[in-house]
Design a protein around this ligand. Sequence first.
Ligand code: T1G
Length: 653
Amino acid sequence: MDEMNELVKFSKSGRIGVITVDNPPVNALSPGVPEGILAAVRSAQGDDSVRALVLIGAGRTFIAGADIKEFGKITSGERSEALGLAEVILAIEDSAKPVVCAIHGTALGGGLEVAMGAHYRVAVASAQVGQPEVKLGIIPGAGGTQRLPRLAGVARAVEMCAFGEPIKAAAALESGIVDRIVEGDLLAGAIAFASEVSQQTARKPRERNEKLAGDESIFAAARDQARKTKRGMMAPLAAIDAVEAATRLPFEAGMKKEAELFRECLFSDQSKAMIHAFFGEREVAKIPWLPKDTPVKEIRKAAVIGAGTMGGGIAMNYANAGIPVILKETTQEALDKGVETIRRNYASSVKKGRFPQSVMDQRMGLIRPQLTYDGFEEADVIAEAVFESMALKKQVFAEIDKVAKPEAILATNTSTLDIDEIASATSRPQMVIGHHYFSPANVMRLIEIVRGKATSPEVIATSMALAKKLNKVGVLVGNCRGFVGNRMLHEYLREAESLLKEGAAPRDVDRALYDFGMAMGPFAMSDLAGLDVGWRIRKEHKDQPMIADTLCEMGRYGQKTGAGWYRYEDGRTPIPDPDVDALVAKLRKRMRWIPAEEIVERTIGALVKEGAKILEEAIAMRAVDIDIIYITGYGFPVYRGGPMWYGKATMQA
Ligand code: T1G
């Protein structure tokens, strides 16, 4: 095996040359990889013993894209902008000897673009291919928007480039991206395929224009969908423009258009923020002070106490991960209601085609509803999700302390209460930890993992690993009132109320933050979550009253009572209510028009200020932890990087 360099190896199997990319962990196109591939392709051209080439990745995946770490160096001017990919891909495409890409794991971004420069692609059934660049605030920059529509058609290319979701090998075969699904050993299958095609004249993907004819409405429909589902993001619209250019311009001109749009996105604040979030999601999983060899227990069985909205969603997470879970309630009526909600949720996913009925049945089969603690002694983790009352939670923890096995993790889903006090109800506070999910728990990706004074390193390490197993983002935080997310939210809501007292209306504040990119404004969000939750906690803590408390005294808890800050006729659409305007007018100190910029600056500013205090107190380890909490748990726009990133970029926090 010849070393083109330490990252790319070349070997021969009979008359087939094999180019192996070996750049762990994900074979990113880091400096040296494109160069190594190019050298291998070129050297094979002159080698008569080689009739065809196979390009494959070593380790767990094919090429997972350009090296994202290089983008910061490009935008800071530290290195040249040229990724060096276009030249490599052209060399592959212009190879006189057919090139076959062998795909396992993921072929993503530049990885799929390299593969689409090849004349053929074979894949194992478990492989996935995609153009996820829009998730980094950019678009494909090495021909993906020009070659993908030529291989898979315009509609599929728009879908993949504008929305960034990968597709499975079977769908890639069906749409013409992949030429064969290989059973068994991938390399052997690829070499066999390469032998078969070695005498054929391979077509260059850039010359395959027959699928470019498309119905123009595809682009308009995709733009509408992007404006709805990717609201405020520039990259999805740029990706659509680039694919559209492929249908209108010759290949080279289309490539030029793609490069322009790629550069515009790469140098945008949105992309910097989204790349921050990409690496942030991986960084929050790392606990610097936790020894690497801290034992992580395997979670084979779980139990959830409380089948309400949160308990039901938490049980679904375990079932979705294939973990059998007991779901306990105190009354049959409450239990039946909880199980029915779970069934309805799964049925709607089946209806939306997310997974087949068989998967729903399998998951429902993993959930065991009951009214007793039978079987709790086998659970590796017990998650409590009962009503937010300290007395009740302590009673429950005293009960599970008697039935749980010594090594079981005792987790509470409290959103505000003191973990140490809850733990004091047990004989094993070192096994107690907060697993704070966000509603709806089976959808929201965030779990705030709250360590108590006594929580052991094993329990923390196991909880962080469990979050990944449940396909969630676990962020470790310290124990204080409201932990990180809700503590900051409290200040955000207080500032929103003070804006009302100065002249703004709830809809003005909500509009400003919706336009800023929040999933919804503070008042509409409070109505969705239920005003009574915060009210009960403020009463329990004898906090300074808020206007929301007055609304609760009027029986206005939000959507669940048909009225809160807004009125709800259809249960979900907020309608401004003159009664609320009148109440606010009575409490108003002065009346002035407040511009949206000021509303955003003050409310997001409140988040940033409280975030800074939380960092000082080490309740959060890093600013990025706070950013990921807000992006994955509170609907903060990812293209603004999270409150601390945004604060730093705009408020010199
Ligand atoms: N560049 C640099 N580092 C990367 C990387 C990449 N493309 N992908 C992953 N890593 C690091 C990651 O930070 C982590 O590091 C480790 O690898 C394992 O990743 C020209 C411009 C492939 C599905 O967007 O989606 O090509 O934390 O924990 O859960 O048009 O990684 O261990 O130090 O995520 O098994 C397009 C990004 C780039 C794919 C594997 N490609 N990666 O998931 O492992 S733009 C992407 C992923 C581009 C071209 C454009 C996932 C994965 P550390 P991990 P995983």
